[in-house]
Design a protein around this ligand. Structure first.
Ligand code: FAD
Ligand code: MG
Length: 283
C-alpha cells in the first residue's frame, strides 16, 4: 500500500464524499478535533480537512468533504487506488475533552461528520451527549446514524422542514434552552454564520461555547497567516492556536468577511474548471 493511496471512496449524498486514505503516521498520532492539509496533486491547492475518523492499526484516515470549488471537485474526482500528492498532519490542537456533565454538540451540513469524533470522545469521557444536527434538507443529513450511536439524544432540523424541526439548528437549540435544557458546554461546528448565531444564543443563556473555526487556511502550521482570526481583539492563527476558540470571543464579522475575500476568483476558477471538463455552469 502506497502512502496517501485512496482505499475507499463513497458518495454520502449529492456533493458530499467520504474518503479513506492510507496515512499510517497521521492515523497513529491523530486526536479528536485535529485536521490535515491535503494536496490532491502536485500543482493543487492545499486545503484543510477535518480528521473524521482513523485507525492506527488499519493505517487509514477518513475525510468527509463537500464539493464546493476547484480543489474539492478535483479531490472528489479521484478514485480508489489513486494517490493523493500529500497529506500533512495531524494539525491543530486536539479538542479539550473532559467530563463536563452534559455536552451539547451543534453541527450543520457537511460539518456533522467533523463533529462525530468529538461527540464520540465526549461520550467516552462520561458526558451526557445531546446532539443537534441540521442541514438544508433531509438528504443532506449525513452521519446521522453515527451521531445517534454515540449520543444520548439527537435533535434534527432541516431548513425546508423535510425532517425534524423546520428551521435552523440554532433555532432548535434556542427552543430547547428556552424550555429549560441546561448543558454544561456547547461545542459547535458548521458554516460561520451558523456558529455566530449559536454564539449569540448561548451567550443569552450563559452556556459556555466552543467553536471550531473554518477560515481560509493555507500552510496549516503558523507561517502564512491566512487563517488569522480576531479573538478578544487579538490576532490568533486558527491552525496553531485553534482551530477551537471560545465562541463568545470570536470576531465573527471579520471571519465572515475574510471567508468571502476570493469569492469572485473562486467561482471564476470553478467555472473554467468545469467547462474544461465539458460541464456547463450558470454561476
Ligand atoms: P473554493 O471555491 O476555493 O472556495 C469555496 C469557499 O471555501 C471559499 O469561499 C472559502 O470560504 C472557503 N475556502 C476556500 N479556500 C479555502 C481554504 N484553503 N481553507 C479553508 N476554506 C477555504 N470542508 C469539508 O468539506 N470537510 C471538512 O472536514 C472540512 N474541515 C475543515 C477544517 C478546517 C480546520 C478548515 C479551516 C476548513 C475545513 N473545511 C472542511 C473547509 C474546506 O477546507 C473548504 O471547503 C475548501 O478548502 C474549499 O476549497 P475549494 O477549492 O474546493 O473551494
Ligand atoms: Mg480553492
Amino acid at each position: 500500500m502506497m502512502n496517501f493511496e485512496i482505499i475507499n471512496r463513497k458518495n454520502l449524498t449529492e456533493g458530499i464524499v467520504e474518503m479513506d486514505v492510507h496515512a499510517p503516521r497521521v492515523a497513529c498520532a491523530a486526536r479528536p478535533g485535529q485536521f490535515v492539509i491535503v494536496m490532491a496533486c502536485e500543482e493543487c491547492e492545499r486545503i484543510p480537512l477535518t480528521l473524521v475518523d482513523w485507525s492506527c492499526r488499519g493505517g487509514w484516515i477518513r475525510l468527509v468533504f463537500q464539493e464546493v470549488g476547484v480543489s474539492t471537485y478535483k479531490l472528489g474526482m479521484m478514485d480508489v487506488g489513486e494517490r493523493l500528492y500529500h497529506v500533512a498532519g495531524p494539525l491543530g490542537n486536539p479538542t479539550h475533552i473532559d467530563k463536563f456533565g452534559t455536552v451539547a454538540i451543534v453541527a450543520g451540513g457537511v460539518a456533522i461528520a467533523a463533529a462525530y469524533p468529538i461527540a464520540r470522545a465526549f461520550k467516552e469521557a462520561g458526558n451526557t451527549v445531546v446532539s443537534f444536527i441540521g442541514a438544508r434538507n433531509s438528504r443532506l443529513l449525513i452521519y446521522r446514524d453515527h451521531i445517534a450511536k454515540i449520543s444520548d439524544e439527537v435533535h434534527i432540523s432541516t431548513d425546508d422542514g423535510s425532517e425534524g424541526f423546520k428551521g435552523f439548528v440554532t433555532q432548535l437549540l434556542e427552543k430547547r434552552l428556552a424550555d429549560g435544557f441546561k448543558p454544561d458546554l456547547v461545542w459547535v461546528v458548521g458554516p460561520a454564520p451558523m456558529m455566530r448565531s449559536c454564539s449569540v444564543v448561548t451567550k443569552r443563556f450563559g452556556v459556555k461555547t466552543i467553536a471550531s473555526l473554518n477560515p481560509i487556511m493555507v500552510c496549516g502550521m503558523g507561517m502564512c497567516g491566512a487563517c488569522r482570526v480576531r479573538i478578544k481583539n487579538e490576532i490568533r492563527f486558527t491552525c496553531v492556536d485553534g482551530p477551537e476558540f471560545d465562541a463568545w470571543d470570536v470576531d465573527w464579522d471579520e471571519l465572515l468577511h475574510r471567508l468571502s475575500a476570493y469569492r469572485e476568483e473562486e467561482s471564476y476558477a470553478l467555472k473554467l474548471f468545469l467547462e474544461s471538463r465539458g460541464i456547463k455552469v450558470s454561476r
